[in-house]
Design a protein around this ligand. Sequence first.
Ligand code: ATP
Ligand code: MG
Length: 416
Amino acid sequence: MIQLVKGTKDIYGAEVKLWQEVEGKMRRICETFGIGEIRTPAFEFTELFVRGVGETTDIVQKEMYTFTDDGDRSLTLRPEGTAGAVRAYIEHGMHNQPQPTKLYYISPTFRCENTQAGRQRQFHQFGVEMLGSYSAAQDAEAISVAAALLKEMGIQGVQLRLNSLGCPECRSRYNKQLREFIGSHLERLCPTCQERYEKNPLRVLDCKEEACQAVIADAPSVLDCLDEECTKHFQTVQDILTEMGIAFVVDPKIVRGLDYYTRTVFEFVSGGLTVCGGGRYDNLVEECGGKPTGAVGFGLGIERLIMMLEKQNGAIEQQPERDVYIGSMGEAGWKKAQGMVFALRQAGVRAECDTVERSVKAQMKYANKIGAKYSVILGDAELEQGSVELKEMATGEQESVALADLEAVLKEKICR
Ligand code: ATP
Ligand code: MG
């Protein structure tokens, strides 16, 4: 027996219903916010992610599923959604449309990580990217999409954490300060951080090791290194969020795991787990070969969202539900039932009949199990009379209905 690959999951039964509900809410919210869907390929040239995500990130250094195809090209399964969306934005000249361009996606995402609760190798991201504006209002709009979704899903106890990394000048000033600070505590850091602090000291702030967390507790704050414009931009984001009634805390330790962020970065955290992370990435479009373009976005892990929902609301148990079961007795009735069910289904009625050749008694038991609201039994007598007894399963009440009227009667009942 071949089993599924570690870090992957089958989604089926009651759980898939919850997924559909969650995805439906995402799509509806995006429709309201004027965000159009984009579906990019599951794999891209490796170079796109190396350039887009950043050479010194965990993703590029150890988490990508990379392979060589028959043309000796290096390809990578999407480890995040922004790079692909940015490539598509440039490739299709979307900057020529009225700006901003607002895109969303719901896509499988692949990272070769150690699996544990909330951490898989194939997971799903709901992502939003808004391109074509440098304004703080765009940051707030992007954040408000995630806030609206989490509110709509009824997730409790999530906190929005907000920070600004400034422009590249601010950031390099801060990097220098941080490198000096970290340099004087080097022996207390984990081996990875001892290595990476030279190239990318911000990564140390993001390290999950306790020892490193202890060191960075006293690190200088990036907010003290922001120039006037970056400070103003960050303040405006906060002002607009307040205007929107979206609560947040400023946390200067938030840096996010990707290299491309500039200015605003944010996370929605619940119970120590980040469900959503994002920020502004003003240099990425240019980095990927486009014109300088202000942009902001986020990625939200759907598995983590579902985990939170289940933890909060208990495991989902959805009752099955069908409109009608067309039972039958005898071969003529049985064949007629197949035809009737097809006609009813085409009319939008959720109808079922016997396809495993059960006895009448077993058919009725089955009708109960699948949650049929109504049932009929079609035998030789019914065919001859041209009418059936339509039974409401919950009450046992019956009424006589002409076969020719059955579709109309059922449609009338189910839309009530
Ligand atoms: P973490 O710090 O938890 O590793 P990250 O910074 O790598 O998260 P992002 O790259 O910002 O995460 O991805 C956005 C969201 O995608 C995360 O907030 C999380 O909800 C989800 N996510 C990331 N990696 C995984 C994974 N391996 N399995 C399931 N969900 C994930
Ligand atoms: Mg990660």
